[in-house]
Unconditional design. Structure first.
Length: 172
C-alpha cells in the first residue's frame, strides 16, 4: 500500500505541476481547462497524503539501514517530514484560495468538494495563492533531493534501497 500511495502521489504531483505551468499565462476558459483538473488533482493529493500518513501510523516503514551515515539518516528523515508537510500544505492552501474566491472544487465532473468556510475575500485568495505557488520551489527541491538520493543508493552504494519502492527491481 505504501508503494502504491507513493507512486500515485508522485505522478499526481508531476502532472499537477505541469497543469499549473500550462495554465500560467492563459486566461478565462483556456486557463480553467487546466486549473479545474489541477484543483481536483490537488484535493486528490491531499486525500492520498492523509491516507499515506494513516497507513504509516498503522504500518511503520522498515527501519533505515544502520550502516548509513548519520547525515544520510537525518537527511532522509528530514526530507520525508518536509514532503509530508508540503503535501498537506500546498493542496490545502490551494483549496483555501479557491474558497476565498467563493469556489468549491469540481472533482473531474464527478462531484463537488465544497468551499471551505472562509471569508469570500479575493485579496486574501490572491495572497494565499502566492504562498501556494511559492511552496512549489521547496517541493521541487525535495523531489530532486529524493531522486538523487535514490539514484545514489542504487548506482553508487548498490545497497538495494531503490528496490524498496520499485517492484521487480529487487529487495534489500
Amino acid at each position: 500500500m505504501a508503494i502504491i500511495l507513493h507512486w500515485l502521489i508522485a505522478i499526481a504531483i508531476i502532472v499537477n505541476w505541469r497543469l499549473a505551468g500550462a495554465a500560467e499565462h492563459l486566461e478565462g476558459p483556456a486557463a480553467a481547462a487546466y486549473m479545474n483538473p489541477h484543483k481536483a488533482l490537488g484535493i486528490t493529493v491531499l486525500v492520498l497524503t492523509v491516507l499515506r500518513i494513516v497507513w504509516r501510523l498503522v504500518n511503520p516503514p522498515p527501519a533505515l539501514r544502520t550502516d548509513m551515515a548519520t547525515w544520510e539518516r537525518m537527511l532522509a528523515k528530514t526530507v520525508h517530514a518536509l514532503f509530508y508537510i508540503l503535501l498537506i500544505a500546498i493542496p490545502l492552501l490551494g483549496w483555501i484560495a479557491s474558497s476565498s474566491f467563493g469556489y468549491g472544487v469540481d472533482m473531474f465532473g464527478l462531484f463537488q468538494v465544497p468551499a471551505l468556510p472562509v471569508a469570500n475575500d479575493p485579496d486574501a485568495g490572491k495572497w494565499v495563492i502566492g504562498i501556494h505557488k511559492a511552496l512549489w520551489t521547496p517541493m521541487l527541491i525535495l523531489v530532486a533531493l529524493h531522486i538523487l538520493g535514490a539514484l545514489k543508493h542504487h548506482f553508487i552504494d548498490k545497497d538495494g534501497e531503490l528496490g524498496r519502492m520499485i517492484p521487480g527491481l529487487g529487495k534489500r
